[in-house]
Design a protein around this ligand. Structure first.
Ligand code: ADP
Length: 333
């Protein structure tokens, strides 16, 4: 089982000709409500990328979800409020095969939301988000292996940082003590204490997160510094380091060496959630390979690059996340 511990949020997206100035009200062209949150996106990606797309009936309803291709189960550990969104998150995750028994409803609290204002011509966006229910998590909630997996011990924990740093550090420490592998997607990035890195089986960061986690300025992360930064993380004890580079693909490193893997060229519609899909696809492939007694980081990175490229061909973080059979058929130009 993969336990994905992280945020679920409702993205309230307004698209307008421009972003309003201070004190100004502006009529938007379009309003979209989409379910997101880095945790939820990654959980859906982890499940879909190791299962075939279920058959839909004529009403478009998804039939029985397939048996796990590789016996991999994905469980979401999250917190929602007792507002209307909580049930929607659970329904959407269930539709995607994700076990939601690790999601708790916090009374008298709201679910996390993210207000997104998109300027149509440039596609530039501005976001304001709240943690709400997730902010109620304390270190004490993650003191043993069972708590990390929402009641049962997981094989791998995947976490992002839409949670306070103290809580993330407590999870890493607990996993380290219990011998549970930990995949940290440090997004949004906050540097963690030096002593926690040695418990990370995988550290996944994009370029700006690599800068923050390694104490650099954004501009200092470039082709020359990728191997240096990756080596610094390896020296701190991380087993596998992955730096995602947007349209330039991925740089990755472990004890076998360091490599650059180019991205797949696709017609990009919306890059929201590219990193989350990458994280989900990479971590489920890790568990799948591990079950067979193997670990080839290169093939996991190639597969995750494909899944992330396929996702950004459609609008919304979750819509375009591919199922395993679709990744198999993906033929980038
Ligand atoms: P994040 O979404 O966390 O900022 P990145 O932008 O680095 O992360 O994207 C994650 C991965 O998604 C990349 O490593 C790459 O595989 C894929 N990706 C992102 N943008 C593009 C793009 N424009 N074309 C092809 N693949 C992309």
């Amino acid at each position: 089982t993969i336990a994905v511990i992280g945020g679920l949020d409702a993205d309230l997206i307004m698209i307008a000709s421009r972003i309003p100035g201070p004190g100004e009200s502006l009529l938007a062209n379009e309003y979209i409500e989409a379910l997101g949150g880095k945790g939820a996106n990654s959980a859906i990606a982890a499940y879909r990328t190791c299962h075939k797309r279920p058959v839909q009936d004529n009403d478009g309803a998804v039939g029985d979800l397939p048996l796990a291709d590789d016996g991999i189960e994905v469980k979401m550990i999250g917190a929602v409020g007792d507002d209307g969104y909580g049930a929607k998150f659970v329904a959407e995750l269930n539709k995607n095969g994700v076990d939601t028994s690790g999601i708790v409803t916090v009374p008298d609290t709201r679910s996390s939301v993210c207000f997104v204002m998109v300027e149509h011509p440039t596609r530039e966006n501005r976001c304001l988000f709240t943690l709400c229910a997730t902010a109620t998590w304390k270190k004490e909630h993650f003191r043993n292996a069972e708590q990390l997996g929402g009641g049962t011990r997981p094989d791998v924990v995947v976490a992002q940082m839409e949670i306070t740093k103290d809580v993330v550090e407590a999870m890493i420490e607990t996993a380290g003590r219990a011998g549970i592998e930990f995949c940290l997607n440090a997004a949004p990035a906050t540097p963690i204490g030096e002593c926690f890195y040695r418990h990370l089986t995988h550290l996944l960061v994009n370029e700006s997160e690599a800068a923050i986690m390694s104490g650099r300025e954004g501009g200092e992360v470039n082709e020359d510094s990728w191997p240096i930064i990756a080596q610094e993380f390896l020296n701190r004890g991380v087993k596998n380091v992955v730096i995602t580079l947007g349209a330039r693909g991925t740089f990755y490193a472990n004890a076998d060496g360091s490599f650059h893997c180019p991205a797949y060229e696709v017609a990009v519609k919306d890059t929201t959630g590219a990193g989350d899909t990458f994280t989900g696809a990479y971590s489920s492939d890790y568990l799948r390979q591990k079950a067979k007694g193997a670990w080839d980081i290169r093939s996991a990175v190639i597969r995750a690059n494909k899944a992330a490229a396929m996702t950004i061909r459609s609008v919304g973080a979750q819509n375009g996340i591919p199922w395993s059979d679709e990744i198999g058929r993906f033929d980038a130009p």
